[in-house]
Design a protein around this ligand. Structure first.
Ligand SMILES: [Ca+2]
Length: 193
């Protein structure tokens, strides 16, 4: 009998001790994960490529108006061809200082209200070794009726990787300057990064 009572007492004490146990502290909640704010990529701002670092060749130039005049930083000096025949084409190819992304070309001409580039196509190459060979992609095209150059100047969107940029002009009866039609460029600038 004593044993039974003792067991009961021990049992009750056990319950008491159990009920006095403090609740396990709740595990700390992990701090909310804050998304890392991405470092902003610096904007790539197109810059004008220094003309001193550009080389150029052309299919034709009058000796007194050489193609180098298009990158001499002087809009008063220009390049021109001889008088054009119908469907005659000429190109100018510019070698950039390195392969780069060209966003646009700026063409300048001193002859107001005159479109002097004929039917114009622009190509880029990253593997040409002389401005003619290699593979080329057409990146811009417009015809002699384009309103792009109504004041003689114009900006051509390019947005392409290039080491070389070639402009090909074709005379289709309009879009060349003068009574003896010729192509003219006073200056060209390359925007890119
Ligand atoms: Ca010039």
């Amino acid at each position: 009998m004593k044993t039974i009572i003792l067991c009961l007492i021990i049992g009750l004490l056990g319950c008491k001790i159990e009920s006095n146990k403090q609740a396990e502290p709740t595990a700390e909640l992990p701090l909310p994960v804050v998304d890392q704010i991405p470092t902003p990529t610096p904007e790539l701002t197109p810059q004008i490529v220094n003309s001193d670092l550009i080389d150029v060749i052309s299919s034709q130039s009058r000796p007194d108006y050489p193609i180098e005049n298009t990158i001499d930083k002087n809009t008063n000096l220009m390049w021109t061809t001889y008088e054009l025949s119908l469907d005659e084409s000429h190109y100018v190819s510019y070698l950039l200082p390195e392969r780069m992304h060209i966003t646009s070309l700026l063409l300048f001409n001193n002859y107001s209200n005159t479109y002097t580039y004929g039917d114009l196509a622009v190509y880029v190459s990253t593997d040409s070794t002389n401005g003619v060979n290699g593979s080329w992609s057409k990146v811009f095209e417009t015809d002699a009726t384009s309103a792009l150059f109504l004041d003689g100047d114009g900006e051509l969107p390019i947005n392409a990787e290039a080491l070389w940029v070639k402009l090909n002009f074709t005379y289709t009866g309009t879009g060349a300057y003068g009574g003896s039609p010729s192509f003219y460029i006073s200056e060209i600038q390359f925007l890119g990064y």
